[in-house]
Unconditional design. Sequence first.
Length: 234
Amino acid sequence: MIDDLLHSSGIEHLVFDWNGTLIDDIDLAVCAVNRCGEYFDVAPITAAQYRATFDFPIADFYAALGFDFARAPFPVIVQHYLEHFDAHVAECDLHDGVVEWLAAARRAGIGVSILSASHCDVLVQTLEAKGLLGDFEHVVGLNHNHATSKAAEAAILQKTLGTPPARTLFVGDTLHDYDVACAVGWQPVLVTTGHQDASRLRRSGAPVFDGLGEMLARFAPEPAGAVARGGVRS
């Protein structure tokens, strides 16, 4: 059982990114970016172009797409984006494996939290709409819409957890998630189902999986006669 493997790996807490990691919001994000592009006269992009370009700080991402901040200040663009994204994010499906991971952690007695760059109010509302809010020990988002790093929030969450940072597994979908994990000493794991494509994620050197379902399979017990190995495997 995966909960047995979580115990044997030494993991004491799971922290998940939200957008792109647990919720499949890529199509919505691309649509919202293109609505901004149409409004501010910037060429539309495909999902593949989005995933090859998306990055933090997000202002640099918009600049790379051709948005002119002298003509349209970045906060105005973000507000236009969120007017569409926040109104529809609760309609997005969860990624495969979310329910299974939450159940496994619960059986193993391991706490699960969320660390997201989404505004905390929208994050809580979306989790409530999905019936998931009670499954997370801590739900941490930003208290503003400036589209900045979540590194400071990660540091606060680590202090709140009070466990050895190396015993926390942080699952995300971007290189920023990798950087945040490394900054606080968490074990980073990345999934390719989110906002950056696999080729970019693999440059980090972190374990990369083609989704939460593959992560479940890789944490499954070894075949009979195999030697069990602890820790995160790539």
